[in-house]
Design a protein around this ligand. Sequence first.
Ligand SMILES: Cc1ncc(COP(=O)(O)O)c(C=O)c1O
Length: 468
Amino acid sequence: MPESWATLGVDLHLEPTGSGGLRRGLTDALRDAVRTGRLAPGTRLPSSRSLATDLGIARNTVAEAYADLVAEGWLTARQGSGTRVAERAAVQPSRTARRTEAAPRPGAPARPAYSLLPGSPDLAAFPRAAWLKAARRALAIAPHDSLGYGDPRGRPELRTALAGYLARVRGVRTDPERVLITSGFTHALRIIGPVLAARGVRTVAVESYGLGVYRNLLQQAGLATPPLSYDELGTDPRELGEAGAALLTPAHQFPMGTSLHPDRRAAVVDWARRTGGLILEDDYDGEFRYDRQPVGALQGLDPDRVIYFGTASKSLAPGLRLGWMVLPPSLAQEAAAIKGTTDTVGVLEQLTLAEFLTSGAYDRHVRSSRLRYRRRRDALAEAVTARAPEVTVTGISAGLHAVLRLPPGLEQSVIQAATWQSLALHGLSLYRHPEAVAEQVDALVVGYATPPDSAWAGALEALCRVLP
Ligand SMILES: Cc1ncc(COP(=O)(O)O)c(C=O)c1O
């Protein structure tokens, strides 16, 4: 083992092996690293002095190994530019690497040309310049201790910025102490499931339509997830009964697109107060309301009974993996303890989002996105009404998707026709709770925010072609 590590140069993991002496062992290890692609063409190797220090061997041994590999053509050595992996050292992926690559399988369908799958904003419209500006500033002013493990709830800068933003925009009542940063809603559910189970909750009632992955996460914590009925007023809270909690999307039901009727909002809160139940409010696209002011968060009606969940996956990009929870005082500590300090979100992303919020860039981005998506929504509604009069466009007052109701029995054939048009499309049946009692509705869930601008017109045209 080396006694000390060189402080200059790059790190290089090598394990000189074999019984042919140090020089031979090192030469073999380096050659192998180049041949297998671990050292890419052009990579600058550490100086012989620093590698010798790292490996605890004589500098001459390293210099000789480098010279051998230069002679063999694996490395190049030039005055002033050091020793590098030769550009022509062709990297052959190993057999195992080749097998695990995502190469198209023979006969596998090609990637669709267009996607109207729900769940994503237009990733091409991510505000790169503004995000970069926020990231630079955030890093420049970050205190040294922000780079430590820190508070399990997340950086105070972001919790403070979110508490202010959510109060202003969504009517959420909180202080930064009760905000917990997560890597998205999925992560938040993974934290909250065990918190609920530890409090003796056995059942979390869910909506008749929703994402199975969320039900599964709750089930993994030992919770039952029976469906609540759904009608034109939204989810019916009368069946909540003995459930310990309910998972709802009150502002914009996912995927049906309705907002919970005011009477039902009141009834849900009433149920929670009466029974001690908890409401898990998934406010996944609360910023995107088009026809009037957004319906405020349910949390504002009773911060002691509602756990509020938000995400940057719709307003910015799902790949950021940034979300947040606002917890009732009685749960804040437990949730932070379950989350811990290592199961967290990178601090630079957190600080960047904090800066993005406080500088006003988030508001600007949401406002301009809202305008773009609203135009797309209008174009979608207009095109479908004109070209497919048997189809009804619903759920469009908010969000990034619409539900297109089809004549009975046509969902699967339209999805099949979309595949032939190279259009990725989801039917509503994918989102139906397996035990839902509501009448089966044939419909499409159309994510109109998903395509980049360049593909939007083509995607809309492909959609219109497959509609009855
Ligand atoms: C209903 C609903 N809630 C929440 C989310 C956000 O999930 P996450 O924050 O894990 O990306 C989505 C994303 O598609 C969603 O459809």
